[in-house]
Design a protein around this ligand. Structure first.
Ligand code: 7PJ
Length: 262
């Protein structure tokens, strides 16, 4: 899964139309580099981020999804949103998957996913992006994240979402300190009993900067590759990454070693 951020800090120059054009071109490039899914997001969820207005989120993501659907109908698109309204519009515009970092907190989200037949990523987060890194606390991070995701899968299936449309994600960096992130990354296998695909998003995150001594997020390639390779070696089905070409090459080798065959 390649990351396509449509937030002002990532696509800053020009007006909105120019931004959308840049974003469409970048999405096409991620697919050409080997991404099977392109994840379009219009809300910054960095630690400390303020929420964006729903109209603004729609204005950012819908033209990009429409643009990619028209120019590159071969690309599977996901929409990174916590809002059922945005999810609904994005699926109508061409997205096939809803990637919800709140695990389906919006009361209408599961219904929208069921009614549209979209796939759904349920992610764990402690707190919300504004406050989540203040003092994250768990007695047993793996058990608590697992229990949260188990309950959310159950809720989704109860709401009528087909279980083969579901993916779970421990939410690396979302209300987790360094040790929490490492404990989760070491135990990815544990999440396979939830009968859903498992997604891991570690790319360029702060803990990688901390461990590798790289302050600049865009320069955290080597650490991000290490996290992607080990996540897949431990059974992750999907990795969400910025550096698609490099990750695809690293995972080709990983797959051959771990699963056998090229
Ligand atoms: C994730 C995400 C993640 C899923 C972001 C960033 C922050 N969606 N959206 N999993 N992270 N499913 O990329 O640094 O880890 S936004």
């Amino acid at each position: 899964m390649g990351i396509l951020n449509v937030t002002p800090d990532s696509f800053s120059d020009g007006g909105l139309f120019a931004d959308a054009e840049d974003a469409v071109a970048h999405g096409a490039r991620l697919a050409d580099e080997g991404a099977d899914i392109v994840d379009v997001g219009g809300e910054s969820t960095r630690p400390g981020a303020e929420p964006v207005h729903v109209d603004e989120e729609l204005r950012r993501v819908i033209p990009v999804i429409e643009g990619l659907r028209v120019s590159r109908p071969d690309i599977v698109l996901s929409i990174d949103t916590r809002r059922s309204l945005v999810a609904n519009e994005a699926v109508a515009a061409g997205a096939a998957i809803v990637n919800d970092i709140s695990g389906g907190h919006d009361p209408a989200m599961l219904r929208v996913v069921r009614d549209t037949g979209a796939g759904l990523v349920l992610m764990h987060m402690q707190g919300d992006p504004h406050t989540m890194q203040d003092q994250p606390h768990y007695d047993d991070v793996v058990a608590e994240v697992h229990e949260f995701l188990r309950e959310r899968v159950e809720a989704a299936v109860f709401a009528g979402v087909a279980s083969d449309r579901l993916c779970v994600d421990p939410g690396i960096g979302f209300g987790k300190d360094l040790e929490h992130n490492l404990a989760l990354l070491r135990t990815i296998e544990r999440f396979h009993d939830l009968d859903a695909a498992v997604l891991v998003g570690a790319s360029r995150k702060r803990f990688i900067g901390t461990l590798s001594g790289v302050d600049e997020a865009a320069s955290r390639l080597e650490g991000s590759l290490a996290a992607a390779v080990l996540s897949v070696a431990h059974g992750a089905d999907v990795v969400r990454v910025h550096d698609v070409a490099e990750t695809v090459r690293a995972l080709g080798v990983t797959d051959a070693i771990v699963r056998g065959g090229a």
